[in-house]
Design a protein around this ligand. Structure first.
Ligand SMILES: Cc1ncc(COP(=O)(O)O)c(C=O)c1O
Length: 385
């Protein structure tokens, strides 16, 4: 089977893991954690980084550090992986779901501005959502497929309403927004995931990066059980969310190959685009002028095929040993978030059933990709495209 996205472990992963075993530093203390944080900080354009056990835990700790309180609403695109919304719930808040734009499949600044304008009022206690009476405290802006959000307008709107901004850049390491790295976009915090299906993995893990030293110290404190001394003193309800040295050992070896991995992802995406997208009935994944996507996943968007046709194509590709998948089912269609407040979802609803993701592991060979392309072409022709 040619799988969708498998880790590329051809670097020094084994050597570094063996060092953890030899030195017995397998837990949250160890040289690789600090080294990994430095590498991620540098690659993302931030002076500070805190490595965590997962991307989800990074989001949760980040929201708490930004002052999101139980009962709050947090703006979040509906088109995301459920972890973005779950982290908001873990902080005791509720996602206020927004549509994405066609250009980037990321949070639509116009939908956000319009929703805020029509549904909130400013008070001395903060921004209040009229229908629910809840405080609106933050925005989670997701880099869909590794493509940056249009951050300038999002930041301008967020700042004008006094909202904090956390970028969920789970798959966005290596992406650029107007030539700026993810942490150079003005967001308060940026999160990355190092889950096994990400371009750079640590087996599992996450990180928060940022520019505000005080805020980043709070993040570190929160993720380390808010411990104030080795003598079991704690001054807050913290979390046990630190990355282990084992994870960081894998992560360090992976980070050494970040540029090569992102280049491979972009090359694979470009080959699919050239071979399959006609700009008419079959489209490439978003490529807005203002972004250099990290191209986490590759594939096609075929809006004229029904969801059933897409399912048939996936099944037949699977019979040919090709792991092709759908993409995120939006949050407003998920049971836990069916009642969450939301904007209209015209674009999200129009996009998500028609996305086909295709094998895009960084070690995918040209021959393997040619085989995938041939099979996909046959399926598209069979479906009448
Ligand atoms: C957009 C998005 N947010 C959050 C996460 C959660 O990260 P993790 O799996 O590391 O908890 C993921 C992926 O896994 C993701 O794709």
């Amino acid at each position: 089977m040619i799988l969708l996205a498998v880790p590329n472990l051809a670097g020094r992963e084994g050597e570094y893991l063996q060092q953890c075993i030899t030195t017995t530093f397998v837990s949250t203390v160890g040289e690789f954690v600090g080294r990994f944080e430095s590498l991620v900080a540098e690659a993302s354009g931030a002076p500070f980084c805190v490595a965590t056990s997962a991307g989800t835990t990074a989001l949760h700790a980040g929201l708490v550090a930004l002052g999101v309180r139980p009962g709050d609403l947090v703006i979040c695109p509906s088109l995301t992986f459920i972890a973005s919304a779950n982290a908001i719930s873990h902080a005791g808040a509720t996602p206020w779901l927004m549509d994405v734009n066609r250009e980037s499949w990321t949070l639509d600044p116009d939908a956000m501005a319009d929703s805020l304008e029509r549904n909130t009022r400013r008070t001395p206690d903060g921004l209040i959502h009229l229908a629910s009476g809840r405080r609106v405290s933050a925005v989670v802006a997701v880099f869909t497929l590794g493509c940056p959000v249009d951050m300038d307008p999002v930041m301008e709107i967020a700042r004008s309403y006094g909202l904090k901004v956390l970028v969920d850049g789970a798959a966005g390491l290596g992406a650029n927004y107007k030539g700026r790295a993810p942490a150079e976009t003005g967001a308060d915090l940026v999160m990355f995931s190092f889950n096994g299906n990400k371009t750079v993995t640590a087996g599992g893990g996450g990180a928060l990066v940022g520019h505000d030293e005080t805020l980043m110290k709070l993040v570190r404190h929160l993720t380390t059980t808010a411990r104030t001394s080795p003598d079991y003193d704690h001054d807050m309800v913290g979390f046990n969310y630190r990355m282990t040295n084992l994870q960081a050992a894998v992560g360090c070896a992976q980070m050494e190959n970040l540029d090569m991995f992102v280049a491979a992802k972009r090359r694979i995406a470009a080959r699919y685009d050239a071979a399959l997208a006609d700009g008419n009935s079959v489209h490439r994944f978003p490529d807005p002028d203002w972004a250099d996507s990290a191209c986490w996943f590759s594939g096609i968007y075929a809006p004229f095929l029904t969801a059933e046709q897409h399912a048939d194509i996936r099944a037949r590709l699977r019979e040919n040993n090709i792991d092709a998948r759908p993409f995120w089912k939006p949050m407003h269609l998920q049971k836990p978030y069916a009642d969450a407040p939301r904007s209209s979802m015209d674009v999200t609803d129009a996009i998500w059933p028609h996305v086909l993701t295709l094998p895009c592991s960084t070690a995918l060979t040209e021959d393997e990709q040619e085989y995938v392309i041939d099979c996909v072409k046959k399926e598209l022709a069979r479906a009448g495209l």
